[in-house]
Design a protein around this ligand. Sequence first.
Ligand code: SF4
Ligand SMILES: [Zn+2]
Length: 328
Amino acid sequence: MLSDETGKPLASWSGRDRIGDRILDSFTVILKTGGCAWSRCRMCSYRHERFTGLSAQDLSSRLIEQLSYIRSHADLRKPELVKIYTSGSFFDPGEVPHEVRSAAAALFRGKMIIAETRPEYVDAGVLEDFSSQIDDGTWEQPLSVAIGVETSNDAIREKSIQKGFSWAQFLHAVHEARRAGAGVKGYLLMKPPFLTEKEAVQDMQRSIADLSPQTHLISLNPCSVQRQTELERLWKQGEYRPPYLWSILAVIRASPVHLTVDPLGGGSRRGPHNCGTCDAEILKAIRDYSLSGDRTLIEEISRKECACKPEWDFVMEQEKPFCMPQTR
Ligand code: SF4
Ligand SMILES: [Zn+2]
């Protein structure tokens, strides 16, 4: 369900997720919060979804209302896993006040929880406190933090994404999470602006190799063009194309570890896409692989022929790097 009504979360839905070798029933919620304190990434429109000008107390009340809505409208008996997104950082106290975190812990106690946050808010003490509130002994590791590290390359994270933190800061967050006994899910962003198709594929291959020793889960997010973003402006000027689905297949095939991949907007001009003819079949194979972990689906679909495959080969070989000056 999607909502812009006060008192309801921005969105929530039930689904299934692969965690390690298990497939768990999951519940995902996107809370409307005080908003991302950074709010400057070039491709992000989620940061516009926020309450502005509220006192800390009013912000708390608005968030508690959303949790109450979930309590009365969602069936929380079935899901074993709860994923909490905030379009920012669940562990930023300015965005999600402490008492709201405690209320969320009480609501979701006994579930495995994955909560989204930037690395600067990953503090062992804060995580331990939250983890102890959700832990009823069901899970060996009840809490994981989801961090959009995007790439292991600091130059790409800074120039192409403007993410505002370094790989070293991410590693510090991993250290803090481990001290708290929490897991880390790393999100990678495939093909931010200013990269050629080939550079984007190579960036993901390098990043997966760097990230896999640090995190127990990796989610590969192919970049899509969201509204009211700098990326949208570049795209409208013909200076950006989302990744080919062939590129995503190449990254999955070469990955030594499982990747969770849900190509949002897949098949549309704003999302990762091929020619339009082969997209649906490839997207289905990617999504099925993401849940089942069955690599043969990826191998088989990669052998598929389509008129756009030679085009992709040509782009991979011939596209030249973006030549705008990147500094002033
Ligand atoms: S991508 Fe995340 S960190 Fe960047 S502006 Fe959006 S919500 Fe904030
Ligand atoms: Zn095609």
